[in-house]
Ligand binder design. Structure first.
Ligand code: AMP
Ligand code: FE
Ligand code: FE
Ligand code: ZN
Length: 289
């Protein structure tokens, strides 16, 4: 894998989802779409699962596009959900896989509990939700949203998130998640490279403030996903300054979810220099697997 990866081509999109979490395409379809829009390199970063890696990698090598294995780990900072991208780690690493299993199992219990409460007021069952999740997928609110759409209770996913599935919508439950610091440590210990996903969605009002951010950086946080449609200009400017100060990597990505979100493959991209740094920092890759 090491030699092939060094031959990557631009454009580079380092954040996408398949049906193994809340995207609407299979890993194979996703990689074919990436090649179809002219990307040279694509990462698959499903929420809390690596289940799509094998199919995505096989398709990528078949059609001649570079595949970067990744994940978007759910973490929690106080009451706030914080997404941590991780690249090129050992998918068999025991502590990380144990934590991922714990999160995915919590996802199921939590989704069932949200649906139970919704079912008291609406015609919605757990089977309706399962019908929208691929076998083995990391289940989440997007699948509940899809079931609500099918039942005609909301017009689309976004409407579901803005109303019934909103944290203040009356049915929400938080998801068990490790802290961002645990996330950074777990990904690094598995030989991977942690990058904070869309960290500037709320302008200068960052969820993670300076002192804790410093701890993440000191513990191995590699960089920020800076070019992402939900990051604000204000927030990006500030994060660029912090990144320069600590010599962090800056990435850009689409966060494509197929038809599940308007984000389109390649709408934001990562520079070849940034990807080189990520490859350089992967201890898993350095082991020559
Ligand atoms: P969960 O992890 O189950 O709490 O669900 C959060 C996921 O829902 C995120 O990963 C997003 O990809 C997705 N999501 C959040 N807001 C929206 C939205 N407005 N439309 C579609 N998907 C969304
Ligand atoms: Fe998502
Ligand atoms: Fe995210
Ligand atoms: Zn994402």
């Amino acid at each position: 894998m090491a030699d092939d990866l060094r031959d990557f081509r631009a454009p580079i999109d380092l954040h996408t989802h398949s049906r193994m979490s809340d995207g609407t395409q299979s890993p194979e379809e996703l990689v074919r779409s990436a090649a179809g829009v002219g990307l040279g390199t694509v990462a698959l970063t499903d929420h809390d699962t690596t289940a799509g890696w094998t199919d995505a990698a096989a398709t990528a090598s078949e059609i001649g596009i570079t595949f970067i294995p990744g994940i978007e780990l759910s973490t929690r900072y106080g009451w706030q959900s914080v997404h941590m991208l991780g690249y090129l780690f050992d998918p068999a690493d025991e502590p990380l896989t144990a934590e991922l299993e714990r999160i995915r199992s919590a996802r199921l219990t939590r989704a069932e509990s949200i649906v139970e409460r919704l079912s008291a007021d609406f015609d919605l069952t757990w089977d309706d939700v399962l019908a929208h999740a691929a076998p083995g997928a990391a289940v989440g609110r997007p699948h509940i949203a899809d079931a609500l759409v099918t039942k005609g209770l909301v017009p689309d996913r976004s409407a579901a998130f803005a109303t019934l599935l909103h944290p203040r919508g009356g049915y929400y439950e938080p998801l068990y998640s490790p802290t961002p610091l645990d996330g950074v440590r777990l990904i690094r210990a598995a030989g991977g490279v942690p990058v904070l996903a869309h960290p500037a969605t709320r302008g200068r009002d960052r969820i993670i403030k300076d002192v804790y951010l410093r701890r993440l950086i000191d513990s191995g946080l590699a960089g920020f996903e800076i070019d992402h449609r939900e990051n604000t200009d204000d927030g990006k400017a500030e994060l660029r300054r912090i990144a320069a100060e600590h010599d962090l990597v800056l990435t850009g990505s689409s966060d494509h979810h197929g038809e599940g979100k308007p984000n389109r493959l390649g709408e934001n991209t990562t520079s070849p220099q940034a990807l080189e740094r990520i490859l350089d920092e992967s201890a898993y890759l350095a082991r020559g697997v």
